[in-house]
Design a protein around this ligand. Structure first.
Ligand code: NAD
Length: 333
């Protein structure tokens, strides 16, 4: 490719990805399968890496999600809600683990917290004195949409914490629609001649961003917590991510039973193989696993790059969405 070809391809990819982001995050109606999106995103990342002169802070590779829509009031996140870097192959996970080891230079095995990658929508929940006072979407990572009335309708999400919870605490997690509930929801919608959703992820995100919370209340949504955001300075928090999730569970927040602590990157490989095999037995959709360096001190040492932490990676499963029904049409990529 000549320099002009490269620069035109980069522009084309940026335009396409920006459009797909809008369809996916703002309209909850993607027009291409995730596998196709991921391929284009990777191609853009690779071209920008090979041609540093074409890098731009405005590129979608530097951004998280999409801007919040104006129909909702906005919430400024006290701590940005980032995305995750992706691995699609074992070698990419291993390269990530090697980078972690090199940067930490700890001389001993690195422990990880292994979690299912729930395919829903990220939310931030703010609890003050144990009471849920605010719910927000991730939006563009800096600013999200206020969806407090909507999250309050999610049945397994506690409005009041119990035990020795911090005075002020932000909890982050995923809202999703379990598979059985999704199938029943679409069946009923079809019978009534109403809009159906392409997949459980869009059903969850679309239901969460309803302007009328009575509609959200009728949707079978579920929540699992996967991290803490800002927490009162005097809170007594555990030193590891896994134990912090146990603390959240002790205070009444639902955490997936599939979360496991492993002692080394070899444990992550076993976790991946195990969940991949059981993937279809789970009652909710997952599109991979998330591996997080477990020690909070090591997470802090590793820090962040523009759109993702250096201490975590989403290892996606081989794309079963290569053939996915989008808008009732089989989409073959
Ligand atoms: P991501 O989905 O790859 O990873 C980040 C997200 O993972 C978090 O925001 C959180 O919501 C979720 N998550 C689930 N379980 C988690 C856990 N245990 N711990 C932490 N986070 C967890 O990144 P993204 O930026 O939300 O979205 C990018 C992906 O979305 C793409 O790779 C693509 O698959 C899809 N997408 C598709 C289209 C399309 O048009 N089809 C458009 C945009 C994005």
């Amino acid at each position: 490719m000549t320099d002009t070809d490269v620069s035109q391809r980069v522009e084309r990819l940026r335009t396409l990805i920006t459009r797909y982001n809008q369809e996916y995050y703002e309209l909850d109606e993607p027009s291409v399968p995730d596998a196709e999106y991921d391929r284009l995103f990777r191609e853009l990342q690779e071209l920008e890496r090979q041609h540093p002169e074409l890098q731009s802070e405005y590129s979608p590779t530097q951004k998280v999600g999409s801007r919040p829509v104006s129909a909702f009031s906005q919430v400024r996140h006290e701590m940005p809600m980032l995305s995750l870097d992706n691995a699609f192959e074992q070698s990419e996970f291993e390269a990530f683990a090697s980078r972690v080891e090199e940067r930490l230079d700890s001389g001993s095995e690195i422990a990880y917290c292994c979690e299912p990658k729930l395919d829903g929508a990220a939310v931030s929940l703010l609890y003050e004195n144990g009471q849920l006072v605010q719910g927000a979407t991730r939006g563009d990572g800096q600013t999200g949409e206020a969806i407090t009335a909507n999250v309050r309708t999610i049945r397994n999400l506690p409005l009041q914490l119990h035990g020795n919870f911090p005075e002020r605490m932000e909890v982050r997690g995923e809202v999703f629609m379990p598979l059985q509930a999704f199938a029943e929801f679409n069946e009923k919608a079809l019978a009534r001649g109403e809009k159906t959703f392409a997949n459980p992820r869009n059903a969850a995100a679309g239901s969460l961003r309803q302007l009328d919370s009575r509609i959200t209340a009728q949707r079978p949504l579920h929540f699992y917590a996967y991290s803490m955001g800002v927490v009162s300075a005097d809170a007594e928090l555990a030193d590891s991510h896994y134990e912090r999730l146990q603390q959240l569970a002790d205070w009444g927040l639902p955490v997936s039973a599939e979360v496991k602590q492993v002692e080394s990157s070899a444990g992550c490989l076993m976790y991946y193989a195990d969940i991949l095999e059981r993937r279809h037995d789970l009652r909710y959709e997952i599109d991979g696993i998330v591996l997080k360096v477990d020690a909070i001190k090591q997470q802090q040492d590793l820090g962040f790059v523009s759109r993702a932490p250096r201490w975590a990676i989403a290892w996606k499963f081989p794309a079963q969405e290569e053939m996915t029904v989008i808008h009732g049409v089989d989409f073959q990529v």
